[in-house]
Write a protein that binds this ligand. Structure first.
Ligand code: PRP
Ligand code: URA
Length: 209
């Protein structure tokens, strides 16, 4: 299932991050800000426990998050969303999946994997700005489940129906949160209109300046 975060503050930032004129510094800032908003929405039903807190006046009944949170950026572009999650959940643990799309086949190739043990029993948040064909996300979920993860959500910035369908058919238990569900993929399997190559735009690897 995919949930679209339609809040005007998110959609305003999305308009700027999509703009071809937005340079890598601003692109990075916006990726962090948008991710924080989406994460806020995605964690609204996270497990909490009741605690008592002594205020200067009296004892207050409060709630605290009661699950380990493991954020898993898909290298490399997912790293551009990491600060946004850690801003909201500073105690989150971080795992990594290294994947790139083969330029010819468009299929994901795995080159790195490292997870904390808390993926078992905790809540795992896979982050990648672009969920295009869905191949990379499905591969990351496969790896996490293979290592014992049982509760996984995906946060991306832009996705499309084809990618959502692939993830849903392979992993119906995994919910996707996004700021945009665009129309389609082009012949190079880029999301249309999308925002281009997220990794290059985040890290300045294709900037003319
Ligand atoms: C991009 C993006 C996703 C993947 C999405 O990564 O960040 O990981 O493509 O495509 P898919 O849904 O069709 O699998 P890319 O391969 O460009 O690597 P990078 O992050 O190193 O730039
Ligand atoms: N990867 C990207 O960075 N952008 C797309 O549109 C598709 C895959």
């Amino acid at each position: 299932m995919a949930e679209l975060v339609e809040h005007p503050c998110v959609q305003h930032k999305l308009a700027i991050i999509r703009d071809v004129e937005t340079g890598h510094k601003r692109f990075r800032e916006l990726a962090t800000e948008i991710t924080e908003f989406i994460c806020y929405e995605a964690l609204k039903n996270i497990k909490t426990k009741e605690i008592k807190v002594q205020t200067p006046v009296a004892v207050a009944t409060c709630r605290k998050i009661d699950t380990d949170i493991v954020v898993v950026p898909i290298l490399r572009a997912g790293v551009g969303m990491l600060d946004g999650i850690l801003e909201l959940v500073p105690t989150a643990r971080v795992g990594f999946v290294g994947l790139y799309r083969d330029e010819e086949t468009k299929l994901p190739v795995t080159y790195y994997e490292r997870f904390p043990p808390q993926i078992h029993g905790g809540t795992c948040i896979i982050i990648d700005p672009m969920l295009a064909t869905g191949g990379s996300t499905v591969a990351a979920i496969d790896q996490l489940k293979d290592k014992g993860a049982d509760n996984i959500i995906v946060i991306c910035i832009v996705t499309c129906p084809e990618g959502i369908e692939l993830v849903e058919s392979a992993h119906p238990d995994v919910k996707i949160y996004a700021a945009a569900i665009d129309t389609k993929l082009n012949e190079k399997k880029y999301i249309v209109p999308g925002l281009g190559d997220a990794g290059d735009r985040l890290f300045g690897t294709s900037d003319p300046e």
